[in-house]
Design a protein around this ligand. Structure first.
Ligand SMILES: Nc1ncnc2c1ncn2[C@@H]1O[C@H](COP(=O)(O)OP(=O)(O)OP(=O)(O)O)[C@@H](O)[C@H]1O
Ligand SMILES: [Mg+2]
Length: 244
């Protein structure tokens, strides 16, 4: 499927005098996993925040399935079918795992597209939470908090899911497990995923294309095989410390 569902066109985002996104253009295709990589401060998280409605751009246009979304509040981005997860997963610790996922769903579900409770069960099973729904969320470990945050995003029935460094803080076995889960979500629910990740080998394994950002600009966009075999890209933008 090569059809673009989300298009960024000439996006500029400034923080005072700092230009975090500098006429950024890119598109996300239906059903793909688009990887985004680049040095610290390149604008990756800012790009995600613009795509999901948390930060309004100073210039440029965000189009999703033909609709211009500029100026809409974040919950309307979510209602349109755009969801996200954060680098540091937050849970409501006074609630159970299932209640946390329900809260996520209720934020995202528009009245006309309210997710069914069948969907909630499916999402809990897909994310490996089927047996821990009744558990209190206060004491769960990091990967379980990540599963909860992913489940809450999926419960809104998104068409596109943005994930900011989903593998950060996980050990090697957990990285493998969570990367496999991301691949399964993409394949089984037919959701386009935009993945920002410093762990570039895993990113290359998951992604159909990789976009390299630097100083708020798109400097390269290509298939992982090409990106990962280009010594200049590795040297200039990906660094040696970002293995895994
Ligand atoms: N709320 C903000 N106010 C001011 N400056 C900001 C804000 N958010 C980000 N910036 C700046 O914008 C630039 C892009 O930041 P961003 O967080 O998008 O980078 P990043 O690519 O996600 O980096 P990292 O890999 O470290 O997560 C940086 O120079 C950062 O300091
Ligand atoms: Mg970031």
């Amino acid at each position: 499927m090569n059809q673009d569902i989300l298009m960024l066109d000439g996006i500029v985002k400034r923080f005072g005098r700092l230009v975090a996104l500098d006429h950024l253009d890119f598109s996300v295709r239906a059903g793909e996993i688009l990887g985004i990589a680049g040095p610290n401060g390149a604008g990756k998280s800012t790009a995600l925040a613009v795509c999901t409605g948390q930060l309004p751009p100073n210039e440029g246009r965000i189009r999703f399935e033909g609709q211009v979304l500029n100026g809409r509040p974040p919950h309307e981005f979510c209602h349109a079918g755009i969801a996200r997860t954060f680098q540091i997963p937050q849970v409501f610790s006074s609630m159970t795992v299932r209640e946390n996922v329900e809260v996520g769903r209720d934020f995202g579900a528009p009245s006309g597209r309210r997710a069914s409770s069948g969907n909630l069960e499916e999402v809990l099973a897909l994310t490996g939470l089927q047996d821990s729904g009744g558990q209190g969320a206060a004491s769960v470990d990091l990967i379980t908090r990540k599963r909860i945050m992913l489940a809450a995003a999926l419960a809104t029935e998104p068409k596109i899911l943005f994930m900011d460094e989903p593998l950060a803080g996980l050990n090697e076995a957990e990285i493998k497990a969570f990367a496999d889960l991301i691949a399964r979500v993409n394949a089984e629910r037919d959701i386009a995923i935009v993945l920002v990740e410093h762990k570039v080998r895993t990113l290359a394994r998951l992604s159909s294309r990789i976009l390299i950002l630097n100083f708020g600009q798109a400097v390269r966009l290509d298939v992982p095989e090409v990106i990962m075999s280009d010594p200049e890209i590795i040297e200039l933008y990906l660094g040696k410390s970002h293995a895994a």
